[in-house]
Design a binder for this molecule. Structure first.
Ligand SMILES: Cc1cc2nc3c(=O)[nH]c(=O)nc-3n(C[C@H](O)[C@H](O)[C@H](O)COP(=O)(O)OP(=O)(O)OC[C@H]3O[C@@H](n4cnc5c(N)ncnc54)[C@H](O)[C@@H]3O)c2cc1C
Ligand code: FES
Length: 309
């Protein structure tokens, strides 16, 4: 039986302790044999934006001295190091990662909602952030090979899809993004996706019609699926539950393989608190059992999820 390895160190240039964990025994639960970092990251940039709809967003760029492999769909638990409140870290999908000679640069996009994200919005360059990750399973790109991939993002759900888009492109998979939000300013990362995929492969939908088609993003998705042949693409989606539910319904009708990443509120992020329960279809009399979004997900096959009507 493997042991739990732990390396304590100081963040270079500071007196702050950090730890590197080879999570050995936890590896099976966390799905993989990868390094999990409980680290202190340094803020390089934290850019705040406000959309015309009134929603506020931050783009947070951090540098870490640790090197760790991050895969598309995985997330980290974050909080400012200097803040006691809120006590619990918040789950954020890795948006972009860049290997550096002396560590790793990671980026996140967050919507400012409550106390956790408000505290992230106060971070300034040079501040320290407690970061536990990478956590959770990943999008599986294997079923997309030889097919086309349709990515569906609702608001900050786009963050979880960017590295996936990079991977699909590098594997030669034709990739198209459908991204929706309340208004033109509620499509985080859309310009970067256009650079990566080409503007013709990024389809926008906004409720107020200020960018792309007017209405929900699931409408152009449905139109697209109707216009193509049966053995069509694979769908990867991330966004609010109502959007994911609609994507699941559309996918079921068109018999399209679909992977959904859930954004359930989380307390621990690694399977201990049971705060992120999700209903998974089962043969038992109730029709479902509970799984955990943090360790069984956050990515699920749509046909495995049990949606309460
Ligand atoms: C795997 C995963 C990845 C995520 N990635 C991102 C990301 O990249 N960017 C990002 O902005 N958020 C992401 N989230 C959601 C984020 O963790 C929550 O929005 C966060 O907990 C909000 O913290 P808060 O303290 O600001 O708000 P809270 O005080 O926790 O809540 C404020 C308000 O927001 C509502 N709320 C809280 N969480 C959610 C949620 N998940 N969905 C809808 N409403 C919610 C609450 O009901 C409340 O009304 C992710 C969640 C998961 C599980
Ligand atoms: S967040 Fe604690 S068990 Fe999933």
């Amino acid at each position: 039986m493997r042991r739990f390895n732990f390396r304590a160190y100081r963040v270079p240039g500071t007196n702050f302790p950090a730890a590197e964990l080879d999570y050995g025994l936890l590896a099976d639960r966390l799905r993989g044999d990868r390094l999990l970092i409980d680290a202190i990251a340094i803020v390089e940039r934290n850019q705040l934006n406000q959309s015309a709809s009134g929603r506020r967003y931050g783009e947070l760029r951090l540098k870490m001295t640790n090197r760790v492999e991050v895969r598309p769909g995985q997330f980290a638990m974050l909080k400012p190091h200097a803040d006691f409140e809120p006590l619990l870290r918040r789950a954020m999908a890795y948006y972009r990662c860049e290997d550096l000679a002396d560590g790793l640069r990671v980026e996140f996009i967050y919507q400012i909602l409550g106390r956790g994200t408000q505290s992230l919005s106060r971070l300034r360059p040079g501040d320290m952030v407690d970061l536990l990750g990478p956590l959770g399973n990943t999008y599986d790109t294997q079923p997309a090979r030889g097919r086309r991939a349709l990515l569906v993002a609702g608001g900050v759900g786009s963050a979880a899809l960017y590295m996936l888009a990079e991977n699909l492109r590098s594997e030669g998979v034709e990739t198209r993004l459908f991204i929706g939000g309340a208004s033109a300013g509620d499509l985080p990362g859309v310009d970067r996706f256009e650079e990566l995929l080409g503007a013709e492969n990024v389809i926008c939908a906004t409720i107020d019609g200020t960018r792309g088609t007017e209405g929900f993003v699931t409408e152009p998705l449905q139109d697209h699926l109707r216009s193509i042949e049966a053995r069509g693409p694979i769908i990867y989606a991330c966004g609010p539950d109502p959007m994911l539910h609609r994507v699941a319904q559309i996918a079921e009708k068109s018999e399209t393989t679909t992977q959904l990443s859930l954004e359930s509120p989380m307390a621990c992020g690694f399977g201990i608190c049971v705060g992120c329960a999700v209903a998974i279809k089962s043969d038992c009399p109730e029709g479902f059992v509970y799984g955990k979004v943090c360790t069984d997900g956050p990515v699920f096959r749509s046909e495995d999820l049990y949606w309460a009507e």
